[in-house]
Design a binder for this molecule. Structure first.
Ligand SMILES: N[C@@H](CCC(=O)N[C@@H](CS)C(=O)NCC(=O)O)C(=O)O
Length: 226
């Protein structure tokens, strides 16, 4: 099958599909998309012109969760359980991971300390749903120690929280112990570590400069508008 994957290096949703493609050894061509000037034809592949998206033998498929399941199906992978209930639980928490990622972005875009604290609290509350929910059942995370699509869905967020650590702390002083241990385990996966682009730090600073200069996180990182 000929797969052309449309991705952007800084996009957390793209990082998800990059991890899965590598983990399952899915042969593909990656075409970089500049989100600042997205090509008009991208709307033919993805109705909202978002990435990640792909063409498989000319057929368009979009959205990171769908693409990850598509890759898992193609490779007859085990990144989701077979049991319909267990699979449904994973899909539900993958959906929740999207909300966590959105709240992280709100932290980054917060114009001042008060807005940052409010977004940070919302993120901690959202992560605590994992702590009080599925991680109570299985401290190792989802699917035991095997890398699952829930782990992959959270990997970009865990990567970004770790990236900011030292300058901006998102973890609470106490609590979220299981989530933090899960983050360590996910970030310890070679395929996750290898999915972080070489220039991530620089690109992240550019993102802050373009979208959030003068904001709380940009200021903490010493990123200014000029
Ligand atoms: N739910 C989508 C979200 C994808 C998404 O929002 N991608 C961003 C880049 S990180 C994008 O393409 N943004 C362009 C835009 O919204 O205009 C997914 O999981 O693939």
């Amino acid at each position: 099958m000929d797969i052309e994957l449309f991705v952007n290096d800084l996009c957390p949703y793209c990082q998800r599909v990059v991890i899965t493609a590598r983990h399952l050894d899915i042969a593909h061509r990656a075409t970089p998309i500049n989100l600042a000037s997205r090509p008009a034809w991208l709307a033919e592949v993805s109705p909202q012109s978002t990435v990640p998206a792909l063409r498989a033998d000319g057929v368009a498929i979009f959205d990171s969760s769908v693409i990850n399941e598509f890759f898992n199906d193609l490779a007859q992978g085990t990144m989701l359980p077979d049991d319909p209930i267990a699979k449904g639980i994973c899909r539900a928490w993958i959906n929740h991971s999207g909300q966590c990622q959105t709240l992280f972005t709100q932290c980054c875009l917060a114009p001042d300390a008060a807005a940052f604290e409010s977004a940070r609290k919302a993120l901690i509350d959202a992560l605590d749903k994992f702590e009080q929910g599925p991680l109570q059942r299985d401290a190792a995370g989802f699917n035991g120690t095997k890398l699952s699509l829930v782990d992959v869905a959270m990997a970009p967020l865990f990567t970004r929280i770790a990236h900011l650590e030292g300058q901006v702390t998102l973890w609470p002083e106490t609590g979220l112990e299981r989530v933090r241990a899960w983050s360590e385990r996910v970030r310890g996966e070679t395929v996750v570590a290898e999915s972080i682009p070489e220039k991530f730090a620089l690109m992240f600073r550019m993102f802050l400069k373009n979208r959030a200069a003068g904001g709380y996180v940009a200021t903490r990182l010493g990123v200014s508008a000029d």
